[in-house]
Write a protein that binds this ligand. Structure first.
Ligand SMILES: *Cc1c(COP(=O)(O)O)cnc(C)c1O
Length: 504
């Protein structure tokens, strides 16, 4: 079996290196810094920290020099795949480029070193930035009232469902069910269950839209909310969104917008105008933030007037005299969702992104995201890829599209997972696999607006290459990857029982 791998693959840089842990590198007495000589009188330790609060034995910390620390973590960082290394078309995750300018702005001392317990009077700049971001998100979503507190999209979902409950309870209603389409992201049903509601799934019709007849049947006065993303996780815009909103509102339920796919519609249309009551944003997706193991995100929510009284507290507000403040006086609020005011560094980067692009720039980003996805789909068709990996719903897509690897499995003998693993040998991060669940052997591809035409062409050529190789010898893809620091993992086991170091 001859296995060809791209020798320029980023994996090769690191794969040759040794596997020592930072503790293996430790030698007693080695230090990464030299403390200056004490120039104040030394006080006895007991006076500084009472003996009862001190540990009996020193913490087991690695004792290493600074170059060793730098090399160790630098080497580890190269054993991973990241956006700054190569193409990362991970559908639903919007792995767009994160402008480096944002890092400089977020690192300014006034941003990076601000204490979260600082008094509002002494943190006016930070509060103004948060308030301005709220205004921008309100405008983008078409829903005027924003809370920045939730720490991620899923946290925003939970906030949204708790707001829904507070809204119904304020009207003396106890509703028990929440509807989601069967294409929904896993966090939607998880949120529903966590909030104590029963989940009811709505089907998808032959064209890939939500099955409106099924929705009509299941929309009863026991339903608290319908959670929807538009475009859907199939990368398709719901043309019947107005009718869907009408059905949901007619039974007194709220309509929740999962904003993970906002990258397709920024500046073009607004969830509030479609009839949604509550929206979450994934700032780390649409509004640039290193994520996916790369850093924290944020999942602000925006809501309509009727939901506003229940928003989390405190709210960032502008007082009549033009100063900014934290408003804790919100008697009907669902309360706090987390400590402090949210992931501030994330707000700075997303605000920088929104301000540097402006309204026209955001719209252009979405237009190019949709263009790139349709271009890539067309290139894959030209390369003959769609013969074995057809589009699950062959129509104009939005910012991402779903292929089905079912024919590939039967005709070439390789599964979507094998293709994904083989892409790693070509220095490309695989697309999302096996999601949405309703598409057999699904491959969800999202190129984003930040990739060049050459990168998209190269990706299409690589996928075509892997399929040709599989037609000759499917065992090659089945055994992939060959060039990565680790080969195939037991993925469920790796997540549930990670072995973080070898046992000696
Ligand atoms: C990413 C995603 C979520 C969850 O967002 P997190 O920020 O990862 O918690 C929800 N729905 C969809 C469609 C997503 O892609």
């Amino acid at each position: 079996m001859s296995v060809t791998t791209d020798r320029r693959s980023p994996w090769f840089i690191a794969a040759a290196d040794d596997d020592l842990t930072i503790f293996d590198r430790s030698r007693p007495g080695r230090r990464a810094f030299t403390a200056p000589t004490l120039d104040v009188p030394e006080r006895p330790l007991d006076e500084l920290i009472p003996a009862a609060l001190r540990r009996a034995t020193p913490a087991r910390l690695p004792e290493v020099s600074e170059p060793e620390i730098v090399r160790h973590y630098n080497r580890l960082s190269k054993r991973n795949f990241d956006l700054d290394t190569g193409f990362y078309p991970l559908g639903s995750c919007t792995m767009k480029h994160n402008p480096k300018l944002h890092e400089r702005i977020a690192a300014l001392p006034g941003h990076a070193r601000l204490h979260p317990l600082q008094r509002p009077a002494a943190a006016q700049g930070a509060l103004e930035l948060m308030w301005s971001l709220q205004q921008a998100l309100g405008e983008i979503s078409g829903l005027p009232h924003v809370s920045l507190q939730p720490s991620a999209g899923s946290h925003g979902e939970l906030a949204g469902v708790l707001l829904t409950r507070a809204f119904h309870e304020a009207h003396g209603q106890q509703r028990t069910k929440v509807l989601t389409p069967d294409t929904a992201h896993g966090t939607n049903p998880a949120t529903v269950t966590m909030a104590g509601y029963d989940l009811v799934k709505i089907g998808t019709d032959a064209a890939g839209n939500i099955d409106v007849a099924d929705l009509r049947e299941k929309a009863t006065d026991e339903v608290a909310c319908l959670m929807l993303t538009n475009p859907s996780t199939l990368g398709l815009f719901e043309p019947q969104i107005k009718e869907i909103a009408q059905i949901v509102h007619d039974v007194g339920a709220t309509l929740y917008y999962d904003g993970a796919n906002l990258n397709a519609i920024m500046g073009i249309c607004r969830p509030g105008d479609m009839g949604f009551d509550i929206v979450h944003f994934n700032l780390h997706k649409s509004f640039t933030q290193p994520h996916g193991g790369g850093g924290p995100g944020a999942g602000p929510i925006a809501v309509s007037d009727r939901i506003e009284p229940f928003l989390p507290r405190p709210q960032v507000v502008r007082r009549e005299d033009g100063s900014f403040d934290l408003d804790h006086d919100r008697p009907r609020s669902i309360g706090r969702l987390r400590g402090f005011q949210g992931n501030f560094g994330v707000f700075v980067r997303s605000y920088a992104y929104i301000r540097s692009l402006g309204a026209g720039g955001l719209r252009e980003a979405s237009e190019v995201a949709v263009l790139n996805a349709n271009y890539l789909l067309a290139r894959l068709r030209e390369e003959g890829v769609l013969e074995h990996l057809p589009a699950a719903y062959p129509r104009l897509c939005m910012h991402e599209f779903v292929l089905s690897g079912a024919p590939m499995k039967h005709e070439l003998g390789i599964r979507t997972l094998d293709l994904a693993k083989r892409l790693l040998d070509h220095g490309v991060h695989p697309p999302t696999v096996y999601f949405p669940l309703i598409v057999e052997e699904a491959l969800l591809i999202e190129p984003t607006e930040t990739e060049t035409r050459e990168t998209l062409d190269r990706f299409a050529a690589i996928v075509a290459d892997v399929l040709r190789e599989a037609a000759d010898d499917p065992e090659i893809a089945r055994g992939a990857p060959y060039s990565t620091p680790v080969r195939r993992l037991d993925e469920a086991g790796a997540a549930r029982q990670p072995v973080l170091r070898e046992q000696f």
